[in-house]
Design a protein around this ligand. Sequence first.
Ligand SMILES: O=C(O)c1ccccc1N[C@@H]1O[C@H](COP(=O)(O)O)[C@@H](O)[C@H]1O
Length: 471
Amino acid sequence: MILDTLAKGARRRARVLEEADGEGIREAAIARALDEDVHDFPFERNLRAEGVNIICEVKKASPSKGIIADHFPYLEIARDYERAGAAAISVLTEPDYFLGSGLYLKKISRAVQIPILRKDFIVSEVQIYESKLLGASAILLIVSILTDEELTRFIRTAKGLGLSALIETRTEEEIRRAVLAGARIIGVNNRDLRDFSIDNTRAARLHSLVPEDTLFIAESGIQKREDIEEFLAAGIRNFLIGEAMMKAEDKAEKLAEFIGEEPRVQCKICGISRERDIDFLNDALPDYAGFIFARSPRKVTPDKAAGLISLLDPRIKAVGVFVNETTETIADIAKKTHLSVIQLHGDEDFETIREVKERTGLPVWKAIRAGSEEDILPWNDSPADALLLDAKVMGKRGGTGKRIDPNFARAVRKPFLLAGGMNCENIVRAARIARPFAVDVNSGVETDGMKDKEKIQAVIRLLARSGLRKG
Ligand SMILES: O=C(O)c1ccccc1N[C@@H]1O[C@H](COP(=O)(O)O)[C@@H](O)[C@H]1O
C-alpha cells in the first residue's frame, strides 16, 4: 500500500537526519521557539476566523495524479494564494512521490505572511524539530501511520515548539484516537490512500464525531463550489484544497468561486496629492479618493485639493481627512473643494461629529484606532454615519501602514470601512473576514512615499477577481 511505502521512506529520511545532526536540529528548534511567542499558533487562529477558510496547497505531483504542475514556480504560486485570500498554505515536502522539498517550505515561509502547514509523512520527532526550522506554523500527523503513544507525544512536542498539529483521520476509530491523543485540529481526508478513491461524503459524515471546540478540516477531492456547499450544509467551513487550486490559472478567481461571494465591497484610495495620482484613479476607478488636510507627508492645501478634485472622474467621491480641525474650517474646506464625505481621524467626540454633520450636510466617517474590540464598542452609539477601523500606533494618527486584526470587526454595529496597512497581499482575506462596506488603501499602494499606478490597479483588479467588488 502506498501509505506504507511513503511512511517507510519517511522513516529512512528521518534516520539520516537524526544521524547527521539530530541533537543540533533539536537545540536550534527549541532556541527558535523560545525566541518567538509560542502561544500565538497563527495556523489555528486563521482557521478560527469568520467565514470560510481555505488552506491552499503547493504541490508539484502526487502518487494519485502524477505530475500536477510541469512548470512549478512555487514562490509565485504561494504569493498568489496569499493575495487570493488563503487562510494558510500547505507545502508538500515529501521528495519521492510528491516531488516536494523542505527548501520550498523554507523559501515560501519567508515570502508570505500567512501560516504554512508542512505536509509530509511525519514518523519521528526530528522531523517536527526540522519543520520548526524550515519555518512551518503547523505539521500534519497521519493517525494511520502512528501509534497512540507517538501521536500523543508528537502533538505535545509540536505544541511546545509553537506548532499546530493537524491530525489527519479517515475513520471513526481514527477520530476517536485523535481526540484521545489531545488533537486540537482534526482533518478528515476524503481520499483513501489505499486506492486513491475519493468519497466526498466522508468528512461530512464524520464531522459530528469531532468535539465542538476542535477545529475541523475537510481535506482532498474538493473541485468546485457545489462540493463546498455540501460541506457547509454539514457545518464544515475549513478546507484543504490541493489539485484544484494548483490547476487554477487565476487563484483569486478560483478561491472566489469556492467561497462564493456577492460583490459588496467599495474601495477608497487615500492620500491623493498630485495630478498624476488623479490620472491613476481616473484609470482604476475606485469608489472614493481621500485628500488629507492634516499634518502628513500626504497633506494637501485646500487650493491644491480643489484643483485636484475638479479633475477627478465624477464617479469617484472625494473624502476629506481631518484631524482635530475646527468645524468652521472643515465646513469651509468642504465647500471650497466639493467634498462628498468628511473623515474625522483625530480625537473628535460625539458632539463634534454632530456639529460637522450639521454644518456640512455631509456624511461623516469617524476613524477609530483600534487595538482591541473594546476600543470599538463605545463608537457604535456615535452619530457618525460610518466608522473607519484603523490600527492603533502610539503617537501616530494614521497612514501608519500597520495592520489591524480584521476579526475586531465583530464588535462593530454600524457600517464601517477597514483601513490600516491594506495592500495587495492582505486585502482580500481581511475584507472577507471583516466584511466592511469599503476598504481603505493608503501607504499600501505607494512606492517611495508616492502613489504607484501599478499597485493601485493591482488592488482594484484583485478586488474584482476575488468577487469582492464589481469589476
Ligand atoms: O496618511 C496619513 O498620513 C494620515 C495622516 C493623518 C490622518 C490619517 C492619515 N491617513 C489615514 O490612515 C488610514 C490608514 O492608512 P495606511 O493604509 O495604514 O497607510 C487611512 O484611512 C488614511 O486615510
